[in-house]
Design a protein around this ligand. Structure first.
Ligand code: CS2
Length: 508
């Protein structure tokens, strides 16, 4: 029998791979299908930790239950690090499913290859055109679409979009790769395909289709008719909290499974995927893995963005400012926990849809328990990233809806004020904050110009129409609430502001 070379990981210990799968601790769940005999039917753009905890997990489980050639050709659009971690492991990796008290380890086998787009853009174009592929899924983050966060319109001022509009032969962006790949597919008769956005955007399928149509109208007008007839853009709601992996996590995993896994992903037991039933070709049996296939995803997506992601971002900003490194640390402050519950119950729930199978009161309890999961160790700083891309769908649409029906906005505005305070780029001890956001330079400009005047700071932020639209700056109650809260955050700090908010809310 041929011996399979075994890769050695850190400290010379054997690394997870096809050759070492058999030596895993018996308690570790592993693929029940033959990976060698499994073909690739799906391309995925953006092979980050979230995708590996979610989409790849669903494919893995769907193949365990129902088989099929649903291996995934993964594509990293920018950096080689995930490919470098996974290639020596035959693209196998462990999902550490972290409940409050115990961790379950599961090896996922659905990813078959990973290519790094900038190294060979034409290879990615060929993957999208491959007739064996009938599904392209995407987790490229909110900013990865090249659209304005508030309106969803194509952002032609984005230099990479500008590049792809004029040089589609060597694309750089998500929309560029999709347009070039679909154009090749049209020319080569590759057949119909579903393009499935799995990012936290409202009406994500509709937004992606709209942005791609705008892009194609400018770059490849001839593709438009084919697109209309041969592609679908199902909307989805995705949910699974997935923190970034650290080297300490990799060491814990090594001790538990007996192998080094440099591609480890940690996640929570909860997972949800709601998918619009709109596929022109075949797709994995995701429902066999627990996904919900429905006619209309919008109510699920909007409920999740408002009820889960809004408060999650609030914990990101107020938590970071309050000196809490992790979300669960912030939740241990009883004022923070009470503030989050109050905002969810009194301000968000009244204007969030309640789709079939969902009960807001149960959902709120479940979210609070998920945020309190100590074993997840989710950094507030991680959630605080890219606020400019997240605020509209997570918070500002709730504020608009509450203003319309005369409801309270004090809790949710406090989260917006905390974002404004955070994005100034220095913490409550005066130390710099590493603000990661496509608009970080504009925020730094506001901090430099507006000095310490909350009125001026709020005025400057509200001028960013990509985030606040034209309407919110004209809403006096929103402007005055957020300004008062920013002043309080600047004068008294986050912990004190949240405490006094909760005390006031409790006495009314
Ligand atoms: C988080 C989300 O980082 C963030 O912005 O709010 O990634 C969140 O963990 C997921 O949406 C949960 O499904």
């Amino acid at each position: 029998m041929a011996t399979i070379p075994v890769e050695l990981g850190m400290n010379g210990l054997p690394r997870l791979s096809s050759g070492t799968l058999g030596s895993l601790s018996a308690s570790v769940h592993r693929p029940g299908y033959s990976r060698e005999d499994t073909g690739v039917g799906q391309v995925h753009l953006g092979v980050g930790a979230f995708m590996r905890a979610h989409v790849a997990y669903y494919n893995d489980e769907a193949m365990n239950v129902a088989g099929g050639d649903w291996g995934i050709a993964g594509v990293s659009l920018r950096r080689p690090n995930v490919r470098d971690q996974l290639s020596p492991q035959d693209c196998l990796y462990t999902l550490a499913i972290c409940a409050q008290q115990a961790v379950d380890y599961r090896v996922i086998g659905s990813i078959k290859s990973i290519d790094v787009a900038p190294e060979d853009p034409q290879k990615i174009v060929a993957l999208i055109a491959d007739p064996a592929v009938s599904v392209v899924t995407l987790t490229v983050t909110e900013k990865g679409y090249g659209i304005a966060p508030d309106s969803g319109a194509l952002d032609t001022s984005n230099p990479d979009i500008g590049h792809d509009l004029s040089q589609l032969e060597l694309p750089r962006t998500t929309l560029g790769f999709l347009a070039a790949g679909l154009d090749r597919r049209r020319n080569s008769g590759g057949g119909p395909v579903a393009i499935v956005s799995c990012d936290n955007l409202p009406d994500n399928g509709v937004r992606l289709r709209g942005a791609l149509s705008e892009f194609v109208a400018l770059a490849r007008p001839k593709l438009r008719g084919w697109l209309d007839e041969n592609t679908s853009f199902p909307s989805t709601m995705v949910d699974r909290i997935t923190p970034a992996t650290t080297t300490a996590d990799i060491a814990d995993c090594r001790a538990a499974i007996g192998l080094v896994d440099e591609g480890l992903v940690r996640t929570e037991p909860f997972t949800q995927w709601v998918i619009e039933d709109n596929f022109p070709g075949s797709r994995p049996a995701w429902e066999a893995a627990g996904a919900q296939i429905v006619d209309d995803v919008e109510p699920y997506e909007s409920a999740k963005l408002r009820l889960l992601n809004g408060p999650h971002s609030a914990l990101g900003y107020l938590g970071y400012l309050g000196g809490y490194e992790y979300v669960h640390d912030a939740m241990q402050n009883s004022h923070y926990a009470a503030y989050i519950r109050y905002m969810m119950t009194n301000e968000i729930s009244p204007v969030a849809p309640e789709p079939e199978g969902m009960r807001h009161n149960e959902y709120i309890d479940e979210c609070l328990a998920r945020f309190s999961n100590e074993s997840l160790r989710h950094r507030t700083w991680q959630i605080a990233m890219d606020g400019s891309q997240k605020l509209p769908q997570r918070m500002l649409n709730t504020i608009r809806a509450q203003l319309k029906c005369g409801g309270s906005i004090a809790g949710i505005s406090l989260a917006v004020a905390a974002w404004m305070r955070y994005a100034l780029g220095y913490d409550e001890q005066g130390q710099p904050i590493d603000v990661r956001d496509p608009l970080a330079d504009r925020f730094a400009g506001i901090a430099a110009l507006a000095s310490n005047d909350p009125d001026e700071i709020v005025r400057c932020y509200l001028r960013i129409a990509e985030i606040f639209g034209d309407d919110l700056p004209q809403q006096p109650s929103f402007v005055s609430t957020v300004t008062g809260q920013l002043r309080q955050l600047m004068e008294r700090g986050a912990v004190d502001t949240v405490a006094s908010y909760v005390n006031r809310a409790g006495s009314t």
